[in-house]
Ligand binder design. Structure first.
Ligand SMILES: [Fe+2]
Length: 181
């Protein structure tokens, strides 16, 4: 519970507290994602190293920007954004990224699953925010638009000329990494 003392005009405290909870969940997801993407940037190896290494950094920067916008929206609504590493680990509902040094295809396969999880959760949030707060919904929609674009950048490396994904049906990052390589 956010325990707010004030919020934006025209919104009940109860609604604001729910919106803050949704924002905080996305803040943890964005902080986790930009750190994970940087980890991939550092750990990819193989013949396509430089292309993938350099593709990742603009994604890191964009997702760091998403985190900043989410956190400032929490503060705007009267909440207190949590951005410490411990709070991410304590509150996240997903597992730590599982690959260390790996080929570009292995990491791209695993990132396909990472993006699937993050984007699906954004869409859940959008559904709920349509009623609760269209202003926050708009932020979620614009961030999802970019995340889906980045996901396509990943998937274009995993797609054959018939349009099939090598990671189709993979249920874990390891599984996806193996299918992709
Ligand atoms: Fe770098």
């Amino acid at each position: 519970m956010a325990n707010i003392k004030y919020t934006v005009p025209g919104m009940s405290d109860a609604d604001a507290e729910r919106v803050i909870t949704l924002l905080q969940d996305r803040l943890h997801a964005a902080n986790d994602l930009h750190l994970t993407l940087k980890h991939v940037h550092w750990n990819v190896v193989g013949p396509h190293f430089i292309a993938v290494h350099e593709m990742i950094d603009p994604q890191v920067e964009a997702v760091r920007g998403f985190a900043d916008d989410l956190a400032e929206r929490i503060a705007t609504m009267g909440g207190s954004p949590k951005g410490t590493p411990g709070s991410i680990v304590d509150n996240r509902t997903w597992e730590e990224y599982s690959l260390g040094r790996g080929t570009t295809q292995e990491h791209l396969g695993a990132l396909d699953l990472v993006y699937q999880g993050v984007i699906s959760s954004y869409r859940e949030g959008i559904k709920e925010l349509g009623e609760l707060d269209p202003v926050t919904e708009d932020m979620f929609i614009s961030q999802t638009d970019k995340l889906e674009l980045f996901h396509w950048f990943i998937r274009a490396h995993l797609e054959d000329k018939g349009g099939s994904l090598s990671t189709e049906g993979a249920s874990s990052e390891e599984d996806a990494a193996q299918s992709a390589s």
